[in-house]
Design a protein around this ligand. Structure first.
Ligand code: GLU
Length: 242
């Protein structure tokens, strides 16, 4: 406000003095802003689960994104709070609404690189498989959760979330379908299952193996060949109820 007031006063003075004020035109965007605009954009739908289940109040979508140090150097993150509940409480109607919302988002925002969905781990594999079949776009839809809650020693939620953002932002994830990212591993929503109630490496695709890994960078070893996402026969836009 101070600067804009100063600008108006200066312009008025120059006008009275008859000075050409074109040199005061808005400066081009600073290099830092330009660099941020060039980063891939990823949108997160937060639904709750252990990843947000802090004692005394669940972490919000904004708090989850803010928990990742320096994310803004790699990704332009946006998000919305879709739900904030345990995954067993999510209804089929809400699944349908989420799939529709993701489809609408992809359709409307061609500059979007991918989507992240946070979920409780109890029904995470089912949600990921559902989105693998109903999100009709080549861009990645990454489902992520945590085994330890934010009030637990060794909470791994922020690390998993960072990995999910990196996977969703990476062009190599295009055409990979619905993905599950936890514990540095990228699994297909079609193949992955939760194998243990406590272990951090609980999500496994057993003999199929991981699609890839994500440490600081994303690396794929194979691609799902069964029909999914953009090639799926399922169209939730035409379905009233599951
Ligand atoms: N493991 C639970 C789930 O799958 C999380 C518990 C909670 O967030 O209340 O949602």
């Amino acid at each position: 406000p101070f600067h804009s007031a100063l600008r108006v006063i200066l312009l008025a003075c120059f006008a009275i003095a008859g000075v050409d004020t074109r040199f005061l035109a808005q400066a081009p965007a600073a290099p830092a802003q330009q660099a941020a605009a060039a980063l891939p954009r990823v949108h997160m739908f937060a639904t709750g689960g252990t990843i947000s289940n802090r004692n005394g109040g669940r972490l919000t979508m904004d708090e989850l994104i803010a928990s990742i140090p320096n994310l803004d150097r790699r990704v332009r993150a946006t998000g919305e709070q879709f739900l904030n509940v345990a995954s067993g409480q999510v209804t089929m109607e809400q699944w349908l609404a989420l799939a529709r919302k993701i489809n609408e988002k992809f359709k409307a925002e061609k500059d979007l690189a991918g989507v992240v969905v946070t979920s409780g781990t109890d029904t995470l594999e089912e949600l990921a498989y559902f989105l693998h079949l109903t999100v009709r776009d080549d861009r990645p839809c990454v489902v992520v959760g945590a085994m330890r809650n934010p009030s637990t020693l060794g909470y791994e939620g922020a690390a998993n979330l960072e990995e999910a953002f990196l996977v969703a932002a990476d062009p190599a994830s295009r055409g990979m379908g619905g993905l599950v990212v936890l514990n540095n591993e990228i699994n297909s929503g079609r193949e992955v299952t939760k194998t243990d109630a406590k272990l951090l490496n609980t999500f496994s695709s057993h003999d199929y193996g991981v699609l890839g890994t994500v440490y600081d960078r994303v690396q794929y070893f194979r691609k799902p060949v069964k029909r999914h996402t953009a090639a799926s026969e399922f169209d939730v836009a035409k379905i009233e109820a599951l």
